[in-house]
Design a protein around this ligand. Structure first.
Ligand SMILES: NC(=O)C1=CN([C@@H]2O[C@H](COP(=O)(O)OP(=O)(O)OC[C@H]3O[C@@H](n4cnc5c(N)ncnc54)[C@H](O)[C@@H]3O)[C@@H](O)[C@H]2O)[C@H](O)CC1
Ligand SMILES: [K+]
Length: 215
């Protein structure tokens, strides 16, 4: 099992890779999205005939929008539900939303029937989760869990505390998870299993200290 990291370390590694090493954040997002797309295609526990991306307005949501575009450009039927205030969206999320608009990927809204979809992609939040889940986010998570659709989570199942493996109010019960760079320590706890499902660890060019680095 590869090393596991804390949420704080995940954020620090993001920051070092982008701001010290110089790999642009959008490049990391594209690499994450491509790996997640590939994980979904080879994961026979998922049914990809009608997919809904549940996207928050941060970079976890941005990863989800990359997956939406990759599915759409390869002929899959995919729709997007944006949860949260788009006016607060991150820079990278906004860039990915413009690309999804170019491809005219259909949007659905909070009243959508999740049972119409065969797989939901959980891109609500990842390492940015900072408090108990409530409001529309809790509604969407509970609706997803109650639906007949399979769920594939991005980075950390939304609502799961990436350090303790505890549920922060409510959490996505994923069929499978694609976690970015390294597993988060909370995902390895016994109580996290019903929420992470089977997980993939996606190498996107973010590494803990290596011998050749000039620290
Ligand atoms: N690990 C990497 O190198 C990379 C990770 N990527 C992805 O980016 C997310 C982290 O993105 P970030 O914008 O920092 O945060 P989130 O998207 O997880 O959260 C969005 C936003 O949500 C708000 N929030 C926090 N808690 C709550 C709550 N309980 N209810 C409502 N809203 C909440 C808060 O404002 C957050 O900012 C990481 O997980 C990866 O998926 C990069 O894309 C690629 C590199
Ligand atoms: K997530």
């Amino acid at each position: 099992m590869t090393q596991a990291i804390t949420v704080e370390e995940s954020r620090e590694l993001d920051d070092k890779t982008i701001n010290k090493i110089g790999i642009p954040s959008l490049v990391l997002m594209e690499r994450a999205g491509l790996k997640i797309y590939e994980n979904m295609l080879e994961n026979h526990d998922l049914y990809l005939s009608n997919i809904l991306i549940l996207a928050g307005t941060g970079n976890n949501g941005g990863d989800g929008l990359v997956v939406a575009r990759l599915l759409a450009t390869h002929g899959y039927k995919v729709s997007i539900l944006i949860v949260g205030n788009p006016d607060h969206a991150s820079e990278d999320h906004q860039a990915q939303a413009r690309i999804c608009n170019y491809y005219q990927i259909p949007k659905v809204f909070m009243d959508a029937d999740f049972n119409k979809f065969t797989t939901l992609v959980d891109a609500l939040f990842g390492s940015g989760l900072s408090r108990n889940v409530g409001g529309d986010f809790a509604t969407v998570i509970d609706k997803a869990n109650a639906s007949t659709a399979k769920i594939h989570a991005i980075d950390i199942p939304s609502g799961l505390n990436g350090d303790t493996g505890e549920v922060m109010g409510t959490a996505i019960k994923a069929t499978s998870t694609s976690t970015v760079a390294y597993p988060k320590v909370g995902m390895l706890k016994d109580q996290a299993k019903p929420y992470t499902g089977k997980f993939y660890v996606d190498d996107i060019g973010i590494y803990r200290g290596t011998t050749f680095e000039n620290e």
